[in-house]
Design a binder for this molecule. Structure first.
Ligand SMILES: Cc1cc2nc3c(=O)[nH]c(=O)nc-3n(C[C@H](O)[C@H](O)[C@H](O)COP(=O)(O)O)c2cc1C
Ligand code: PXP
Length: 214
């Protein structure tokens, strides 16, 4: 069909060296995330790929929006009965992945996942635009639906129903916190000799920092 052999870029914008990194990976994440957020060429720095392992043993990846990060972990919101929700309820694990091409950087996070407290999901749900709240109510995420009109009709009905009242958060919609136990920071370098620094959690407290070959 098409030969892409010559499609390649030289990565040379920056470097990642031990003397300049933070000892805590969340602080390192914050440095890189702020840089990505402030970059006018990156439109959604908080968009991340989330991979979960399904029952056939194969990982499946989709984008979600990171909505908060703390020293404890990374929070995103979704439907608990979706495909990703089902995998997470089974394995309690996921891999989060950020790629910011303009900075020639990727971050790979392996984490244990838990649902966040219901009151926190309520708070976030009600902070969303009303249309997105209704979207979450209307959509049986990841399930087969008869056609597009099915969603549009449901949306119209609910728009009327909740015209003057608060939309209750669906029980199956809420946040997950991904508590990291391994975080890799990757900075592209010339000659494909990229910088890779990996933080691994030891004893639930300290992070071991190592350099990996590219
Ligand atoms: C940039 C981007 C951000 C997204 N953010 C979310 C999100 O925060 N939560 C969510 O449930 N789906 C989000 N989606 C949709 C998911 O990628 C996915 O289609 C949906 O969650 C169903 O995934 P699943 O069937 O694998 O569970 C986003 C899609 C894109 C492209
Ligand atoms: C299905 C779905 N849920 C949730 C979100 C996150 O959106 P918000 O910023 O409104 O929480 C998105 C973003 O694309 C989405 O597509």
């Amino acid at each position: 069909m098409e030969n892409l052999h010559d499609k390649r870029k030289v990565y040379e914008k920056s470097q990642l060296i031990e003397s300049e990194i933070k000892q805590n990976p969340i602080e390192q994440f914050r440095d890189w995330f702020l840089e990505a957020s402030e970059n006018p060429n990156i439109s959604e720095a908080n968009a991340m790929a989330v991979s979960t392992v399904e029952e056939d043993g194969c990982p499946r990846t989709r984008m979600v929006l990171l909505k908060e990060y703390t020293f404890e972990g990374f929070i995103f919101y979704t439907n608990y009965d979706s495909r990703k929700g089902k995998s997470i309820e089974n394995t309690h694990k996921a891999c989060l992945h950020f790629f910011w091409p303009n900075l020639e950087r990727q971050i790979i996070i392996k984490a244990n996942l838990e649902r966040i407290a219901e009151n926190l999901s309520d708070g976030y749900f009600h902070s969303r635009p009303k249309g997105s709240q209704l979207g979450a109510v209307v959509s049986p995420q990841s399930q087969e639906i008869p056609n597009k009109e099915y969603l549009e009709q449901k949306l119209k009905q609910l728009e009327k129903e909740y015209e003057n009242s608060e939309i209750p958060r669906p029980e199956n919609w809420g946040g997950y916190i991904a508590k990291p136990y391994e975080i890799e920071f990757w900075q592209g370098r010339p000659n494909r000799l990229h910088d890779r620094i990996i933080y691994q959690l030891i004893d639930d407290l300290d992070w071991k920092i190592s350099r990996l070959a590219p």
